[in-house]
Design a protein around this ligand. Structure first.
Ligand SMILES: CC(C)(COP(=O)(O)OP(=O)(O)OC[C@H]1O[C@@H](n2cnc3c(N)ncnc32)[C@H](O)[C@@H]1OP(=O)(O)O)[C@@H](O)C(=O)NCCC(=O)NCCS
Length: 339
């Protein structure tokens, strides 16, 4: 029997990264419906220009000439490392996943204490548990049929009275600012503060919470990196003017459109400050932000919007359902100690 060979792909090995990217995509997405995977172009840029606080590492596993599995490892300063291990379906339950995990563990030992992983299938959960990881949180992956949504939205624009479900009477104290691309200078401090609040508030279940520093300069660095990787950022922020000195920033939402892979548009974070929940601000933000998609030519080729919502987050589930999202599958995140 041929032994499995596991080799590290160098960040400038474009052919190797291309083979590895295709294999990981197949191992993870196999028979899933409308499953998203980062585009090859974004992945190559990510490896060629690593973040200063992050190392991205790729391993490919071979049986003879045939690639059968792989791993992606992201080691982030002051945060648990992220690890993804994939084995092609025809080669599963033969110990290859375990062999790859052993190589990953050797690499991580001494570099990080905690490791996290995400999986979309029961075998992935069973495998990670065998390695000593425990379930931290489960989230539903939701999809929205985008052409249908945008068509209905265009009609809503023309006849707002005919679709009462999605558009509520605007709160006179609420203002929403929306933009495509870089955050306008006049709201960048508010934007940075809310993003930091999101890190503190987002449900993480039993996972270790990571707080990132998100000052205005970190926001600008992030925007540049995302643009380099081909992402168009579509954003909205809400302010409430309740007779205080200045309008208070109370929430935000963000969508990402990939120039390289337009099929699935990503609905990222949505946050409304706890004190301002229940006033329709989350709905207002999401509807205003999705309305901007009409202006992005790449979106004409998109089929879906994808978002993740923790199974326990019922207010966000009911808002998403109202907008037309439905559950496609679920994601389980697990965590464990490297030693
Ligand atoms: C998870 C995955 C990598 C496992 O690869 P694999 O090569 O089949 O794993 P191994 O053969 O080394 O299995 C090791 C142990 O994991 C557990 N396991 C793996 N698949 C399982 C399944 N379908 N049902 C129950 N337990 C399973 C078993 O305990 C197994 O030991 P055993 O075969 O002696 O009972 C593979 O199924 C995969 O690529 N899934 C999609 C990607 C993913 O979800 N990755 C998990 C996040 S890291």
């Amino acid at each position: 029997m041929v032994d499995v060979q596991i080799t590290r792909i160098q960040p400038d090995d474009v052919d190797g990264l291309t083979r590895w990217h295709a294999l990981m995509r197949e191992a993870y997405n196999g028979d899933r419906t409308a499953a998203w995977w980062q585009s090859l172009e974004s992945t190559l840029t990510q490896f060629a220009h690593p973040r200063s606080d992050k190392s991205d590492i790729a391993f490919l596993a071979h049986l003879g000439e045939e690639a059968i599995g792989g791993a992606e490892i992201n080691i982030v300063t002051d945060a648990p490392a992220d690890v993804e291990i994939g084995v092609l379906p025809a080669h599963r339950r033969q110990g290859h996943g375990t062999s790859i995990a052993r190589v990953v563990k050797d690499l991580l030992r001494g570099r990080t204490k905690l490791v996290q992983t995400e999986t979309y299938c029961p075998e992935g959960v069973a495998f990670a548990q065998t390695l000593g990881l425990s379930i931290g949180i489960q989230e539903n992956r939701l999809l929205l049929d985008l052409p249908d949504y945008l068509r209905d939205d265009a009609n809503r624009y023309k006849n707002p009275d005919e679709t009462p479900g999605l558009v509520r009477a605007p709160d006179p104290n609420l203002s929403i600012t929306s933009w495509i691309g870089g955050c306008p200078e006049e709201v960048v401090e508010d934007w940075a503060r809310l993003r930091q609040q999101m890190d503190e508030d987002v449900p993480v279940g039993d996972l270790t919470r990571t707080l990132k520093h998100a000052g205005a300069s970190a926001i600008r660095t992030h925007e540049e990196r995302m643009a380099d990787q081909g992402w168009i950022l579509v954003s909205s922020i809400a302010h409430v003017d309740d007779d205080s000195d200045a309008p208070v920033p109370v929430g935000y939402t963000e969508i990402m459109v990939s120039r390289h892979d337009t099929d699935i548009v990503i609905q990222e974070d949505t946050l409304v400050d706890r004190e301002y929940r229940g006033r329709g601000i989350g709905r207002g933000l999401k509807v205003a932000n999705m309305r901007q998609l009409h202006e992005i030519p790449e979106v004409a080729e998109a089929s879906w919007v994808q978002t993740y919502t923790a199974t326990s987050n019922s207010p966000m589930h009911s808002l998403n359902r109202d907008l037309g999202f439905y559950t496609a599958d679920s994601m389980t995140a697990l965590e464990g100690r490297v030693d």
